[in-house]
Write a protein that binds this ligand. Sequence first.
Ligand SMILES: [Zn+2]
Length: 303
Amino acid sequence: MSISPKKLSVSPENINFSFSGAGQNIIEVHGCHETDPELLLFSAKAKSFEIDFFELCDTDDDIPNYCPSNRKLQKDCITPITKADFVCIDGGVDLTIDEMWKENSSGVRLIEAKGDRLVSDPTKRYYVLAGANLKCDHDVNPNNPDLCPNSFDVAASMKVANDTYGKVAISVNKFRVTVMKFNYDLWDDNGVLNDKEYNDLLEYRISKDELKGDNQEIFLVNEISLFGSTPRTAIAETNSNMVAINTKIAPSSTMTHEIGHAKWGFYHPNSQPLYEYDPNNFMYETATGRTMNIRRYHFTKMH
Ligand SMILES: [Zn+2]
């Protein structure tokens, strides 16, 4: 690499770079703005990965397997329920009951309080049994049309990702955008993905073993629960290759930031191990006031 002019310049625009190496080694040039060095030029072997988008639609399709007027009878309203393991609710096409439980103000799980027994198995997932009283006490939610995500600009998110990761010779490609129908909203059935439901979604994806290579999966959902009183733009689990995005509010920089948590395990600069105020960092915790720079401790891990 040659840098001209040979003398240092006070104006970055007066410095020219040319590089003719094989690109096998990382070469970096930083500019200094007060104490905050910015990456100006980076050369390394190019890398890329695929991003797999899922428009996640919540399904509500339970069917009562009992007679609503006499909960001790099967749905023909003639045959008695004679076994404790009688399945009270048929999970429908999605094989899951639409609501696992509700907690009342005392924190009591209502399905269990009513005597119904909630069971899960690897194939049927969750279902409700009559239990020892041979009665189906748990109500079935009304069937609702699929609740799909709000419109989301995938191209704008891809552009931010390529602009940001491109600073360190990493590009991303859109693998596909597909609709995924799944009963993800099964704890309180309110159209909002909460932490418990997200963990369930991760378990489901892991059990399906359908992750393609080292693809990053992005789940586009209707809405995500609050963090305290703050609307959450996304959830990412470190080293999971999976991210959920709140399509109601997430700006186009959110995906790039969240992949930093999920794929590379980065933390916010103001938390451990750095405890640093650094808004010029793509891992700065809020999109407002954030500049999408990549720090050295990031790209040494990304490469
Ligand atoms: Zn974050």
